[in-house]
Design a binder for this molecule. Structure first.
Ligand SMILES: [Ca+2]
Length: 77
């Protein structure tokens, strides 16, 4: 019986692991996979975040990637 309860506990725990991972990602816009930035509103600008030259995926709701090369908030030469 103890073995059954141990297995049941593990099954339940493993079933909730993806849920916890998803919960941790809630609030992070998928357009910015290496950062955890919220979706607008509010609309953020590069000066609002401390990051530069990070990957950006469409649709880039904050418009960090003005030249559409997939890199956001690039420093100007
Ligand atoms: Ca860019």
């Amino acid at each position: 019986m103890r073995f059954f309860l141990l297995i049941l506990t593990w099954v339940i725990a493993l079933a909730f692991v993806p849920f916890w991972i998803v919960q941790a990602k809630v609030g992070c816009d998928r357009a910015y996979p290496t950062l955890c930035l919220p979706s607008p509103p509010p609309d953020l600008d590069c000066r609002d975040i401390g990051e530069r030259s990070f990957p950006v995926r469409p649709p880039d709701p904050h418009h960090f990637d003005g030249d559409l090369d997939g890199i956001g908030c690039e420093p100007y030469p």
